[in-house]
Design a protein around this ligand. Structure first.
Ligand code: ZN
Ligand code: ZN
Length: 258
């Protein structure tokens, strides 16, 4: 599996920094995890539309805004006969008005499936499971595994479901964890988002191979979040737009961090 970072910032994108998105590839399989504002600017069109599945972890604007552009692009490229298969879009069915708005889009060449905690997907060689987090709307952490690697993406979450996330991420090779907040700012422990320190606690307790922080506040340097998480867990990197991580290389990065 390869991971390409498409977007790391919330609640808005700025030049060079997009709202949440990741592209995971494994041979012909392509899975876009979240579709935040600007995230699709790092895709290769129309090639990346071929064989593409999109998973929306939840229906907050910073995670789904670009899905409309993806739908419209699929429609246009299909009309030009440059993509053959519809893209597959997986998303929570709540809030219902947003779900309906997405699946009823007519200028689109896509299939839609609602996800739940019981959903298990097999896309190419990748098996995908979901874990509901505590967040103001229906939200899922996502686990992607092939025969030799496992990536877990927390999406947005409160620390109130920490134990559930630790269990879900147990022994994963990489945990991509939101860290919207800094403890130094005095945020209460239970919020609708995590501090970098809490991301470190989840990484440590789940014994993951590495921690990639994301979902950064635009006015802060990602290094500040890395520093805070490192007080708990040493193998930390900040997600960075355009970076491609090939899994053997994450192990080398871990060595560098020691
Ligand atoms: Zn959210
Ligand atoms: Zn978010």
């Amino acid at each position: 599996m390869k991971l390409k970072v498409l977007g790391t910032q919330s609640p808005y994108n700025t030049l060079g920094h997009n709202c949440p998105g990741f592209l995971i590839t494994d041979n012909e399989t392509k899975i876009m995890l979240d579709c935040g504002s600007g995230s699709h600017s790092l895709l290769n069109f129309p090639n990346d539309l071929n064989n593409l599945s999109i998973i929306l972890s939840h229906l907050h604007r910073d995670h789904y805004n670009d899905v409309y552009n993806m739908q419209y692009s699929s429609f246009v490229f299909h009309n030009q006969k440059r993509i053959e298969r519809p893209i597959d879009i997986y998303l929570p069915s709540n809030p219902v008005s947003i779900y309906q708005d997405i699946i009823e889009e007519t200028n689109s060449f896509a299939n839609y499936s609602a996800i739940s905690e019981k959903t298990n997907l097999q896309i190419g060689n990748i098996s995908i499971d979901f874990c509901k987090t505590d967040h103001p709307v229906e939200t899922y952490a996502v686990k992607l595994s092939n025969e030799d690697r496992t990536i877990v993406y927390t999406s947005d979450t409160s620390f109130s479901c920490k134990d559930k996330l630790v269990e879900f991420a147990k022994n994963a090779d990489l945990l991509i964890c939101e860290s919207s907040l800094l403890t130094s700012y005095g945020f209460p422990e239970i919020n609708s988002h995590l501090t970098a320190k809490q991301a470190g606690i989840i990484a440590k307790e789940s014994n993951v191979g590495g921690l990639m922080l994301t979902h950064f506040w635009p006015e802060e340097l990602p290094e500040k979040f890395v520093q805070e998480a490192k007080s708990i867990f040493s193998k930390v990197i900040a997600a960075n737009e355009g970076e491609i991580i090939d899994f053997p290389k994450i192990k080398e990065k871990e060595e560098d961090l020691r």
